[in-house]
Design a protein around this ligand. Structure first.
Ligand SMILES: Nc1ncnc2c1ncn2[C@@H]1O[C@H](COP(=O)(O)OP(=O)(O)OP(=O)(O)O)[C@@H](O)[C@H]1O
Length: 334
């Protein structure tokens, strides 16, 4: 369990992290997203006691890293895969780590097996590819069998097989009850891996939400509704429009005819649950009520469009123009 309370970091004039308050829970993979320079690595370094907060606290199992009695048994981290002694073999590298933490040598062979490096274990780490170094970094993180894992860009440099392997590994670790906190810029992979998302921009919290809610709440998300009776369909459309005009601050609702189905309509600005409740209230019989899923990349780019520090001036349109604002934006949920 990771707890951040008002966590802030300033480097001179640069505010790297600003007032982050959130919990990273057990038994799930939490994806940590944000544009370049958003403050992800700084946050992870503060959690791991490698950087001091300017204000606020970062706790692991309720304690700051420095106060943990056996840190490697409580938290394992992969921050920089190339931070290795190049002349040491992978096995010697892990053995040194194990010895200084009272971990038996057989655990080294276990984790080498887990990460698929058993055959290359006696090769010098300096000869490893980036992908192999990532695997070795993961082996080091797993060494103390900790309940919390923190990985900064773990799929960086991995081939498709390695990416798949990493996904299975982190999902298995979470399924065993561990807290898994990982950053990545690879949105398609994050969509397959994470259960929960923490998104920051310019150091500030933009979203702290389940993956499912984030995608369903995206301004691009739509719901397909099939109403077999034309009169009932008209009633529902009118009620959706009235619901929009009556609800102050609610996202704009748009209703279009489903081009693929003459009984169908496509709704944006309301969730399937809200539409189902409304249909129930006005006695409208539905034959279909389904979310049309938006990609994490689309939803993420809409949310962070104003937080990108290093932009090219090129606008990336990955789908239809957004309607309304994203409900997970912090300023709108205050
Ligand atoms: N040691 C440091 N000294 C000065 N500024 C720093 C230092 N470390 C980070 N920063 C600044 O803090 C901000 C956040 O950087 P950080 O590396 O945490 O972002 P990030 O989200 O991990 O970025 P990326 O996705 O590019 O890795 C940036 O503006 C960065 O330049």
């Amino acid at each position: 369990m990771i707890t951040l309370r008002g966590l802030s970091k300033r480097y001179g004039e640069t505010v790297a992290v600003k007032d982050l308050t959130l919990d990273v829970g057990e038994g799930q993979v939490t994806g940590f997203l944000g544009p370049n320079g958003a403050g992800k690595s700084t946050t992870m370094r503060m959690i791991l006691g490698l950087d001091h907060p300017s204000r606020g606290r970062a706790l692991i199992n309720g304690k700051p890293y420095a106060a943990l009695r056996h840190p490697v048994r409580e938290v394992g981290a992969l921050l920089d895969a190339k931070a290795l002694h190049p002349a040491r073999s992978a096995r010697d590298h892990l053995l040194a780590q194990a010895r200084s933490n009272g971990i038996p040598a057989r655990r080294v062979d276990e984790v080498l097996e887990t990460v698929g490096l058993a055959k290359a274990a006696r090769r010098r780490a300096g000869t490893y590819s980036l992908g192999m170094s990532q695997r070795l970094g993961v082996a080091g993180a797993l060494l103390g069998d900790p309940a919390t894992l923190i990985f900064d860009e773990p799929v960086n440099g991995l081939d498709p097989d390695g990416v798949h392997w990493m996904r299975d590994l982190v999902r298995t670790q979470a399924a065993q009850g561990r807290t898994v906190f990982l950053s990545s810029h690879l949105m398609s992979e994050m969509q397959l891996t994470a259960d929960h998302l923490v998104i920051i921009g310019r150091g500030e919290l933009l979203a702290d939400t389940s993956m499912a809610d984030f995608l369903a709440g995206s301004s691009r998300a739509t719901v397909r509704v099939r109403v077999p009776d034309p009169q009932e369909r008209a009633v529902l459309v009118r009620r959706l429009a009235a619901d929009h005009s009556g609800a102050a601050g609610a996202a704009r609702v748009t209703v279009t005819v489903d081009a693929a189905d003459r009984d169908g309509i496509v709704v944006t600005g309301r969730t399937a649950r809200q539409i189902g409740d409304l249909a129930h209230q006005c006695g409208v019989r539905l034959h279909q009520l389904s979310d049309v899923h938006v990609s994490l990349e689309q939803a993420y780019m809409d949310l962070t469009a104003h937080s990108v520090e290093y932009a090219t001036g090129v606008r990336h349109e990955t789908g239809p123009a957004p309607h309304g604002a994203h409900p997970h934006r912090r300023e709108e949920t205050r």
